[in-house]
Design a protein around this ligand. Sequence first.
Ligand SMILES: C[S@@+](CC[C@H](N)C(=O)[O-])C[C@H]1O[C@@H](n2cnc3c(N)ncnc32)[C@H](O)[C@@H]1O
Length: 242
Amino acid sequence: MPLLRDDALSAAFDHAAATYDRLTAANPGYHAHLRRSARRLGLPAAGRRLRLLDLGCGTGASTAALLAAAPHAEIVAVDASAGMLDRARAKAWPHNVSFVHAPAERLEEAGVTGPFDAVFAAYLVRNVADPDALLTAVRGLLVPGGRIAVHEYALGGRAVDRAVWTAVCRGVVLPAGRLAGDGELYRHLWRSVVEFDTAPDFGRRMARAGFDRVRILPLPGWQTGITHTVVATAPGTREAAA
Ligand SMILES: C[S@@+](CC[C@H](N)C(=O)[O-])C[C@H]1O[C@@H](n2cnc3c(N)ncnc32)[C@H](O)[C@@H]1O
């Protein structure tokens, strides 16, 4: 079975939206790790006068993490799945958060234009058909010196990392996904991680896409060696842009 992409992936997420929050709530560390990755953007002044993009916001878990790190920022949260977005929109948000239904590859058509001071992309990049093109486009949306945090299942590269990921999927994720009626999406989750970059390879991919100061940061718990935050900046400095 090929990996799910584009409309097929959105349709799978539309269906999974009903149970997504319950499944992620059962994943120890899911929300705390998102908050940690959002804090790693190092956003100043609680986000005052900043404009942030949450790419692949899903049901809003990453948006909530971004909001916790920068409660005063303007946050635009985008997702390609209408079902996931409906769940996000149904939650209570302050006026500085807005949601847009669009694929990350076609933001401009949906009226989402830069510049942004920072981008957060949690569990998105591994899912897109052309990660290099996406990362290059995202870099172009950032102000000079703007920041990106990619929070992703990108394995550490040791055999044990892959073995733990496969064991967690076989023992927990795949059975839970099948029970929820979303077996195909959760099989995609397992395989897309195994077939995606290791964290060091992903760091190199970020550098190739033109990002500076790429750092790969670990996360604790069972996700050690499995989930990472990759932070980087767009070339230039804010002062030079002013
Ligand atoms: C695993 S969920 C993560 C959601 C959220 N960021 C979180 O941390 O809970 C991945 C999300 O990315 C969205 N997605 C996948 N490919 C996309 C694309 N090309 N453009 C926009 N959203 C996409 C899916 O619809 C889904 O809601």
